[in-house]
Ligand binder design. Structure first.
Ligand code: HEC
Ligand code: HEC
Length: 486
């Protein structure tokens, strides 16, 4: 009897297996038709080329000497090995200890109000704005001409907190963005009373924060300009000659400053020492980011180019959900998977927030238009597998949590607060995008398929890492980077 039952179930399995397999296999033709309807095409990226400008930008990106107390670099919060983010919900800059998920505030600085976004592919022409609220952007005219953005004869206009004091000569959005972190008190600048650590190498130990001092008492755009000028002075000391000595008879111009002069003039051969300004610094950083963090090898692009075996069946099923029932591509559109528009998902707020009631009103902080309350820019999704945690405040620890929130933004968020600490703000409830408000009704298997699909967007750049992360930086300060998780 038992034997018959076993035989019977074996037979059933045998009979059913092909049917199950068939129901799981995705019709490539149907998927390709759907992708064509969405205008999906393989990502075009600039070739990986190391030039003097790349080298200069690379040094600046990894060198903590750009920060007031010589302790924080861009890479501290945008670590290549942490998916160009930093594995923390809210980034810690000034006076932080350690890197990645272990980073703590030392007490002198505060955590930033927002999650440090990844910086993959931000030099791509589709990128129209920067930051979770898009406060640095190409202006409308430039957006219309975006396809010409890389041609030398096109003037690019920017919207930014610097308004009409925005300097001339900024090459792209990445360069425009780089004007700001160095002036952020908790990000890199610090406070006028800060001193650098006495354990740092000789040229940098126990020094006052002359960058913050230069800007003391100034406000707004003027403050930004004063920090920029002081930074140029720190790096190049343009008025010192190589032979100048101080009272103790020591050469005043440091070797590392000579190195920065050399690198800058190699990168910008038409300029002289006295021409160098913040423009060259940020243009070099922007150039480095554009080349170094462009992704080129995702299985998804291979699939789009016609290689049917490049991605798994479950990833294909996930693509069907992404471009179909899940409605993901309505907002996560194009080769970077963002419309660069603003939407509200009523994401739960944690951390200090952006306003006095510890909330973050998103795009509203830029436009002051009530229609923009709680809206954030759709984040691009290439390499999203590498940059947890997610959302503007890092409240979603995993991709699954981020997707589950989209699945039912109004109800799930409620149930996240079993301890009853959260009271729904009616305005925030109402702000949720109509595309998601009714609930997507995705089941667990569809969510797994979506994750499998997002994994095909991954290009971790492992092979290039040794060329992207330098072994040392000109200042001789410890390189703000991790190669591995050890
Ligand atoms: C203390 C951590 C920290 C440091 C240091 C830092 N950033 Fe960021 N970065 C952030 C955070 C947080 C945001 C998002 C802020 C917001 O949206 O309001 C951000 C946003 C960005 C963005 C915009 C990405 C996008 O698509 O919106 C770029 C690019 C970027 N940073 C590059 C840099 C560069 C270059 C430097 C060094 C000059 C730097 N960052 C230093 C934390 C940091
Ligand atoms: C209405 C537009 C919209 C739709 C539809 C949408 N998203 Fe999003 N998505 C966003 C916005 C906006 C954010 C950021 C919200 C925030 O941080 O407050 C986001 C964040 C994310 C993140 C986190 C990325 C990061 O770097 O933090 C992932 C992953 C994601 N979406 C995947 C999806 C998937 C999968 C779908 C389909 C099931 C989807 N999205 C549908 C707008 C949308």
């Amino acid at each position: 009897m038992r034997k018959t039952a076993a035989l019977l179930s074996a037979l059933i399995i045998l009979l059913l297996a092909p049917a199950v397999a068939m129901s799981q296999s995705v019709d490539d033709k149907a998927l390709r038709a759907l992708l064509a309807a969405h205008g999906q095409s393989p990502l075009q990226s600039p070739p990986f080329m190391i030039s003097p400008k790349f080298k200069f930008g690379q040094a600046l990106y990894f060198d903590p000497v750009l920060s007031g107390a010589r302790e924080v670099a861009c890479a501290t919060c945008h670590l290549p090995i942490r998916g160009t983010s930093n594995a923390q919900a809210l980034a810690v800059g000034v006076d932080g200890r350690k890197l990645g998920e272990d980073r703590l505030t030392g007490g002198r600085g505060n955590e930033t109000p927002r999650n440090s976004p990844d910086v993959w592919n931000r030099g791509h022409p589709d990128v129209q704005n920067m930051f979770w609220d898009g406060r640095v952007a190409l202006d409308d005219e430039a957006i219309r001409e975006a396809r010409y953005i890389n041609q030398d004869d096109t003037t690019i206009y920017f919207e930014s907190p610097m308004d009409d004091r925005f300097p001339d000569g900024i090459e792209n959005l990445l360069a425009a963005q780089a004007l700001f972190p160095i002036t952020g008190v908790d990000e890199m600048l610090g406070r006028p009373g800060d001193r650098s650590d006495s354990e740092l190498p000789d040229d940098h130990a126990n020094l006052p924060n002359e960058l913050a001092q230069a800007a003391k008492g100034a406000e707004g755009t003027r403050k930004i300009q004063l920090v920029h000028e002081a930074l140029v002075e720190r790096l190049f000391a343009p008025d010192l000659r190589a032979t100048d000595v101080d009272e103790d008879g020591e050469l005043e111009l440091k070797e590392w400053q000579k190195e920065y002069r050399r690198m800058a003039l190699d990168a910008f051969p038409d300029l002289t020492l006295h021409d160098l300004s913040i423009i060259e610094l940020v243009n070099a950083i922007g150039h480095f980011e554009k080349i170094a963090f462009a992704t080129r090898n995702a299985p998804w692009d291979d699939y789009l180019r016609g290689d049917r075996g490049a991605i798994s069946e479950s990833a294909k099923a996930g693509a069907l959900v992404f471009f179909g029932k899940g409605r993901c591509a309505v907002c996560h559109a194009g080769p970077l998977f963002s419309d660069f528009e603003f939407h509200s998902l009523a994401v739960r707020q944690i951390g200090p927030g952006k306003n006095i009631s510890s909330d973050d009103l998103g795009r509203y902080h830029v436009t002051e238009d009530k229609a923009d309350l709680y809206k954030f820019r759709t984040p691009p999704l290439r390499n999203v597998t590498l940059s947890a945690p997610y959302f503007h405040d890092g409240v979603a620890l995993t991709l699954r949590a981020a997707i589950r929130h989209h699945n039912d933004p109004l109800n799930l968020s409620d149930s996240e607060f079993e301890d009853g600490t959260h009271s729904w703000n009616i305005g925030k409830r109402k702000s949720v995008s109509y595309i998601l408000a009714a609930g997507l009704k995705l089941n667990d298997s569809e969510i797994n398929q979506l994750i499998a699909f997002l994994e095909t967007l991954e290009d971790d750049l492992t092979d290039l890492m040794p060329e992207i992360v330098p072994a040392s930086v000109p200042s001789g300060l410890p390189v703000a980077a991790l190669y591995s998780s050890e």
